[in-house]
Design a binder for this molecule. Structure first.
Ligand code: ATP
Length: 201
Protein backbone atom coordinates (compact mmCIF):
# COMPACT_ATOMS: atom_id res chain seq x y z
CA UNK A 1 0.00 0.00 0.00
CA UNK A 2 1.29 3.48 -0.80
CA UNK A 3 0.09 6.81 0.49
CA UNK A 4 -0.32 10.00 -1.46
CA UNK A 5 -0.90 12.16 1.60
CA UNK A 6 1.51 14.80 2.81
CA UNK A 7 2.02 15.41 6.52
CA UNK A 8 1.44 19.10 7.24
CA UNK A 9 2.04 21.18 10.34
CA UNK A 10 0.36 24.58 10.49
CA UNK A 11 1.59 26.95 13.20
CA UNK A 12 2.25 24.19 15.71
CA UNK A 13 3.51 25.39 19.09
CA UNK A 14 4.63 23.16 21.93
CA UNK A 15 6.82 24.06 24.92
CA UNK A 16 9.02 26.93 23.86
CA UNK A 17 8.85 25.93 20.16
CA UNK A 18 6.58 28.34 18.28
CA UNK A 19 4.70 28.43 14.98
CA UNK A 20 6.19 25.41 13.27
CA UNK A 21 4.81 25.30 9.74
CA UNK A 22 6.12 22.46 7.62
CA UNK A 23 4.95 20.00 4.96
CA UNK A 24 6.56 16.60 4.40
CA UNK A 25 5.63 15.15 1.01
CA UNK A 26 4.93 11.46 0.37
CA UNK A 27 8.27 9.66 0.05
CA UNK A 28 10.18 12.61 1.46
CA UNK A 29 12.53 12.39 4.45
CA UNK A 30 12.86 15.57 6.48
CA UNK A 31 15.52 15.52 9.20
CA UNK A 32 15.16 17.50 12.39
CA UNK A 33 18.15 18.38 14.55
CA UNK A 34 18.87 20.75 17.40
CA UNK A 35 20.57 20.96 20.77
CA UNK A 36 19.70 18.52 23.53
CA UNK A 37 16.51 19.68 25.26
CA UNK A 38 15.47 21.94 22.36
CA UNK A 39 12.17 20.13 21.89
CA UNK A 40 12.67 17.61 19.07
CA UNK A 41 11.04 14.67 20.88
CA UNK A 42 8.20 16.84 22.19
CA UNK A 43 7.44 18.02 18.67
CA UNK A 44 7.24 14.42 17.45
CA UNK A 45 5.01 13.55 20.39
CA UNK A 46 2.75 16.48 19.58
CA UNK A 47 2.52 15.33 15.96
CA UNK A 48 1.60 11.85 17.23
CA UNK A 49 -1.13 13.43 19.38
CA UNK A 50 0.60 12.40 22.60
CA UNK A 51 1.02 15.94 23.93
CA UNK A 52 -1.35 18.90 23.83
CA UNK A 53 -0.21 21.64 21.46
CA UNK A 54 -1.41 24.69 19.55
CA UNK A 55 -1.86 24.72 15.79
CA UNK A 56 -3.14 22.16 13.30
CA UNK A 57 -1.69 18.94 11.97
CA UNK A 58 -2.94 17.22 8.84
CA UNK A 59 -2.36 14.00 6.94
CA UNK A 60 -3.76 14.80 3.51
CA UNK A 61 -7.28 16.04 4.23
CA UNK A 62 -7.50 14.32 7.63
CA UNK A 63 -6.97 16.60 10.59
CA UNK A 64 -5.40 15.25 13.78
CA UNK A 65 -8.14 17.05 15.74
CA UNK A 66 -10.87 15.11 13.92
CA UNK A 67 -9.63 11.63 14.75
CA UNK A 68 -9.38 9.67 18.02
CA UNK A 69 -5.74 9.59 19.17
CA UNK A 70 -5.27 5.85 18.66
CA UNK A 71 -6.59 6.05 15.08
CA UNK A 72 -4.34 9.00 14.28
CA UNK A 73 -1.32 7.17 15.73
CA UNK A 74 -2.10 4.17 13.52
CA UNK A 75 -1.73 6.49 10.52
CA UNK A 76 1.03 8.78 11.77
CA UNK A 77 3.27 6.34 13.61
CA UNK A 78 5.87 7.39 16.15
CA UNK A 79 8.90 5.20 16.75
CA UNK A 80 10.26 6.67 20.00
CA UNK A 81 13.89 6.51 21.04
CA UNK A 82 12.93 4.07 23.82
CA UNK A 83 10.45 1.53 22.45
CA UNK A 84 7.81 -0.04 24.70
CA UNK A 85 7.17 -3.79 24.76
CA UNK A 86 4.26 -5.35 26.64
CA UNK A 87 3.84 -8.99 25.54
CA UNK A 88 6.32 -11.83 26.22
CA UNK A 89 7.52 -12.49 22.66
CA UNK A 90 8.60 -10.22 19.81
CA UNK A 91 6.09 -11.60 17.29
CA UNK A 92 3.10 -10.81 19.50
CA UNK A 93 3.75 -7.09 18.98
CA UNK A 94 3.59 -6.95 15.21
CA UNK A 95 1.61 -7.82 12.14
CA UNK A 96 3.36 -10.34 9.85
CA UNK A 97 6.85 -9.14 8.86
CA UNK A 98 8.35 -10.39 5.60
CA UNK A 99 11.50 -12.50 5.55
CA UNK A 100 13.05 -9.82 3.36
CA UNK A 101 12.45 -7.06 5.91
CA UNK A 102 13.68 -9.22 8.81
CA UNK A 103 16.84 -10.10 6.87
CA UNK A 104 17.43 -6.47 5.88
CA UNK A 105 17.83 -5.56 9.55
CA UNK A 106 19.79 -8.71 10.47
CA UNK A 107 17.03 -11.02 11.74
CA UNK A 108 15.18 -14.12 10.62
CA UNK A 109 11.85 -15.85 11.31
CA UNK A 110 13.05 -17.28 14.61
CA UNK A 111 13.51 -13.75 15.96
CA UNK A 112 9.72 -13.43 16.17
CA UNK A 113 9.74 -16.18 18.86
CA UNK A 114 12.41 -14.46 20.95
CA UNK A 115 11.44 -13.31 24.44
CA UNK A 116 11.46 -9.52 24.75
CA UNK A 117 13.53 -9.79 27.95
CA UNK A 118 16.57 -11.02 26.02
CA UNK A 119 16.64 -8.17 23.51
CA UNK A 120 19.66 -5.84 23.46
CA UNK A 121 18.95 -2.13 23.11
CA UNK A 122 20.05 -2.22 19.47
CA UNK A 123 17.84 -5.24 18.72
CA UNK A 124 14.89 -3.46 20.35
CA UNK A 125 15.50 -0.40 18.24
CA UNK A 126 15.65 -2.34 14.94
CA UNK A 127 12.66 -4.50 15.86
CA UNK A 128 10.64 -1.40 16.81
CA UNK A 129 11.19 -0.12 13.27
CA UNK A 130 10.09 -3.44 11.75
CA UNK A 131 7.07 -3.51 14.07
CA UNK A 132 6.04 0.02 13.07
CA UNK A 133 6.25 -0.71 9.34
CA UNK A 134 4.27 -3.96 9.83
CA UNK A 135 1.21 -1.86 10.70
CA UNK A 136 1.33 -0.07 7.31
CA UNK A 137 1.35 3.52 8.59
CA UNK A 138 0.81 6.47 6.25
CA UNK A 139 3.54 8.62 7.83
CA UNK A 140 6.51 7.89 10.10
CA UNK A 141 8.00 9.89 12.98
CA UNK A 142 11.45 8.55 13.88
CA UNK A 143 13.16 9.70 17.07
CA UNK A 144 16.88 8.95 16.72
CA UNK A 145 16.16 5.54 15.17
CA UNK A 146 19.82 4.44 15.08
CA UNK A 147 21.00 5.84 18.43
CA UNK A 148 21.88 2.40 19.87
CA UNK A 149 23.38 0.90 16.72
CA UNK A 150 26.95 0.38 15.54
CA UNK A 151 28.09 1.79 12.19
CA UNK A 152 27.22 -1.31 10.16
CA UNK A 153 23.75 -1.68 11.66
CA UNK A 154 23.17 2.08 11.30
CA UNK A 155 23.93 1.96 7.60
CA UNK A 156 21.71 -1.09 7.07
CA UNK A 157 18.85 0.68 8.87
CA UNK A 158 19.32 3.90 6.92
CA UNK A 159 19.30 2.05 3.58
CA UNK A 160 16.24 0.03 4.51
CA UNK A 161 14.32 3.07 5.75
CA UNK A 162 15.24 5.07 2.64
CA UNK A 163 14.06 2.25 0.39
CA UNK A 164 10.80 1.67 2.27
CA UNK A 165 9.98 5.40 2.56
CA UNK A 166 10.32 5.76 -1.20
CA UNK A 167 8.61 2.50 -2.09
CA UNK A 168 5.63 3.15 0.22
CA UNK A 169 5.63 6.92 -0.44
CA UNK A 170 5.77 7.64 3.27
CA UNK A 171 6.37 11.15 4.55
CA UNK A 172 9.08 10.73 7.22
CA UNK A 173 10.14 13.17 9.93
CA UNK A 174 13.46 11.89 11.33
CA UNK A 175 15.23 13.29 14.40
CA UNK A 176 18.98 12.91 13.92
CA UNK A 177 22.15 14.31 15.47
CA UNK A 178 24.75 12.86 13.14
CA UNK A 179 25.61 15.13 10.20
CA UNK A 180 26.74 12.16 8.08
CA UNK A 181 23.37 10.51 8.59
CA UNK A 182 21.49 13.70 7.77
CA UNK A 183 23.56 14.13 4.60
CA UNK A 184 22.78 10.54 3.61
CA UNK A 185 19.04 10.32 4.25
CA UNK A 186 17.52 13.81 4.24
CA UNK A 187 15.74 15.50 1.38
CA UNK A 188 15.52 18.53 3.63
CA UNK A 189 16.99 19.39 7.02
CA UNK A 190 15.59 21.71 9.70
CA UNK A 191 17.31 22.72 12.91
CA UNK A 192 15.73 24.06 16.08
CA UNK A 193 17.27 27.41 16.98
CA UNK A 194 15.72 28.95 20.07
CA UNK A 195 11.96 28.92 19.59
CA UNK A 196 12.07 28.48 15.80
CA UNK A 197 12.67 25.79 13.20
CA UNK A 198 15.16 26.95 10.57
CA UNK A 199 15.90 25.20 7.30
CA UNK A 200 19.56 24.22 6.90
CA UNK A 201 20.74 24.63 3.28
N1 ATP B 1 5.62 16.82 29.32
C1 ATP B 1 6.50 17.82 29.47
N2 ATP B 1 6.15 18.96 30.10
C2 ATP B 1 7.02 19.98 30.25
N3 ATP B 1 8.29 19.94 29.81
C3 ATP B 1 8.69 18.83 29.17
C4 ATP B 1 7.82 17.73 28.97
N4 ATP B 1 8.50 16.76 28.30
C5 ATP B 1 9.75 17.25 28.11
N5 ATP B 1 9.85 18.48 28.62
C6 ATP B 1 11.03 19.38 28.55
O1 ATP B 1 11.01 19.97 27.27
C7 ATP B 1 12.34 20.14 26.79
C8 ATP B 1 12.49 19.46 25.44
O2 ATP B 1 12.48 18.05 25.64
P1 ATP B 1 12.70 17.03 24.43
O3 ATP B 1 12.67 15.66 25.00
O4 ATP B 1 11.76 17.34 23.34
O5 ATP B 1 14.20 17.44 23.99
P2 ATP B 1 15.06 16.89 22.76
O6 ATP B 1 15.33 18.04 21.86
O7 ATP B 1 14.42 15.69 22.16
O8 ATP B 1 16.40 16.51 23.52
P3 ATP B 1 17.46 15.29 23.34
O9 ATP B 1 18.22 15.57 22.07
O10 ATP B 1 18.31 15.43 24.56
O11 ATP B 1 16.68 14.01 23.29
C9 ATP B 1 13.26 19.59 27.86
O12 ATP B 1 13.72 20.68 28.64
C10 ATP B 1 12.36 18.67 28.68
O13 ATP B 1 12.77 18.61 30.03
Amino acid sequence: MTTTDALRLDKVSIGHLEDVTLAVAPGEIVCLSGPSGSGKSRLLRAIADLEPHDGDIWLGDRAQSQLPGHEWRGLVMLVPAESQWWAPSVGEHARPISQEDLAALGFDRETLDWQVGRLSSGEKQRLALLRALSFSPCALLLDEPTANLDDTATQRCESWLLERARQLSLPVLWVAHDSRQIEHVANRHYRIEGSRLKEVR
